[in-house]
Design a protein around this ligand. Structure first.
Ligand SMILES: NC(=O)c1ccc[n+]([C@@H]2O[C@H](COP(=O)([O-])OP(=O)(O)OC[C@H]3O[C@@H](n4cnc5c(N)ncnc54)[C@H](O)[C@@H]3O)[C@@H](O)[C@H]2O)c1
Length: 379
């Protein structure tokens, strides 16, 4: 029998954006075999896609409930062990809850749910079974992001004064400026995406990156959104002031209407001794700055990097690895956790990070709607 972990996929069909990233990432370190799926709500398209990518169709199900019911009839040693949830946001909660209740491990796209309450319910369900639950904040898998986390943990920056994280995209411009289009995409429909577009979709990645790299918790925030049109119910741009402590503050800036921007996620962390700066579009360069020394550039794969960072690099320095490898590193950590092997808690974001993410999203909306007031993030 194959030693690979039996993976199920929900969503991520031929018509999707993120499906290919998960499928490729799950194969990169040779740990998973896709054995079952509901790629698409249309059964014919679902089957056609499975055939196209050469996955046996006997466990391609007509819908999610059938997948769970049929898999539960199989002996445990044949059954799907972990499911990746790659559907639009509103399906994450019901799918993840049922998977947990039936003893499956879960890899869930962000935002983990559409409300903070749902996220907390999932956490309780996960605690009951002890299942492995990863939330795919993809960018935490980059070697240089892991390196930031380890350098900060080792005290190389000293006390952190200021954090500036921004995630700028421009892709929603052609949609938002067209009245018909802006009422038809799921990302601008609160029933399908949740209460926020910009902060729910990308601001939450920046939020996660701040907490992942600094190890600090954002305690309170004040947010100002831009909706651009009065008939649009979802933020497409926002600026969030954040406080991690009395003397440790910062800003998260998000936009889906930053014209010309592609996937402009960037973070700068300023400490009393030094600072770090990293950009997603140039992921293999980490800048360390100080007031007294010339700026240093850290790159992946060199022995001077931390163990956690080096674990995320497969080839010698100078062979660029990117977003597929970053997601693959998350899948690698999850594989270790499922197998009961030792792993570093920086290898993948968990359900706890998912709950924090929903707390952030809801707090930004609350802050804006109450007239741009400070809101505490109480877990
Ligand atoms: N980690 C990241 O950086 C990142 C990037 C993009 C998207 N995402 C997240 O991934 C998720 C999917 O985003 P996307 O851009 O791929 O969306 P998408 O609309 O491109 O694709 C959604 C897929 O889900 C399928 N689907 C819809 N309803 C289904 C159902 N009932 N059962 C099975 N499949 C169903 C659709 O057919 C489609 O294949 C979202 O939650 C999004 O926030 C994460």
């Amino acid at each position: 029998m194959s030693k690979k972990i039996r993976l199920g996929i929900l969503g991520g069909g031929a018509d999707s954006l993120i499906g290919v990233l998960h499928r490729v990432a799950s194969q990169i370190n040779d740990n998973y075999q896709i054995v079952g799926a509901v790629f698409n709500p249309d059964y014919e398209e679902n089957l056609a896609f499975a055939k196209e990518i050469d996955i046996p169709t006997d466990r391609i199900y007509k819908d999610f409930d059938t997948l769970v019911a049929e898999e539960m009839k199989l002996p445990k040693e044949d059954r799907i062990q972990v499911c990746s949830i790659l559907t639009p946001n509103f399906l994450h909660f019901p799918m993840a809850k049922k998977l947990l209740d039936n003893g499956f491990h879960v890899i869930c796209e962000k935002p983990m749910t559409t409300t903070h309450d749902e996220a907390k319910i999932l956490l309780e369900a996960q605690k009951k079974t002890g299942a492995v639950f990863a939330v795919t904040h993809t960018y935490t898998g980059y070697p240089m992001v892991r390196q930031m986390r380890e350098m900060i943990k080792a005290g190389e920056l000293g006390k952190i004064h200021k954090v500036d994280a921004r995630y700028y995209q421009g892709w929603i411009n052609p949609i938002i400026h067209n009245k018909e289009k802006r009422s038809s995409v799921w990302r601008l429909d609160p029933k399908k995406a949740g209460i926020s577009s910009c902060m729910g979709d990308i601001g939450v990645h920046a939020f996660n990156l701040v907490e992942y790299t600094t190890g600090l918790k954002i305690r309170s925030l004040l947010c100002d959104f831009n909706y651009l049109y009065s008939d649009n119910q979802m933020d497409v741009d926002g600026t969030v002031l954040i406080r991690m402590g009395e003397h440790s503050k910062g800003v998260i800036r998000g936009s889906q209407v930053a014209t010309g921007e592609e996937n402009g996620l960037a973070i700068a962390i300023y400490g009393e001794k030094a600072s770090l700066r990293w950009e997603q579009e140039r992921p293999n360069y980490l800048y360390k700055m100080s007031d007294t020394e010339p700026t240093q550039i850290y790159k992946p794969g060199h022995a001077y990097n931390s163990k956690l960072s080096l674990d995320g690099t497969k080839l010698p320095p100078g062979h660029p690895e990117g977003i597929f490898d970053s997601m693959a590193n998350i899948y690698l950590g999850v594989a270790r956790a499922i197998r009961g092997q030792k792993y570093n808690d920086g290898e993948f974001p968990t359900i706890v990070d998912g709950v924090r993410g929903l707390n952030f999203i809801e707090s930004t909306v609350e802050s804006h709607k109450k007239g741009n007031v400070w809101v505490e993030l109480v877990d």
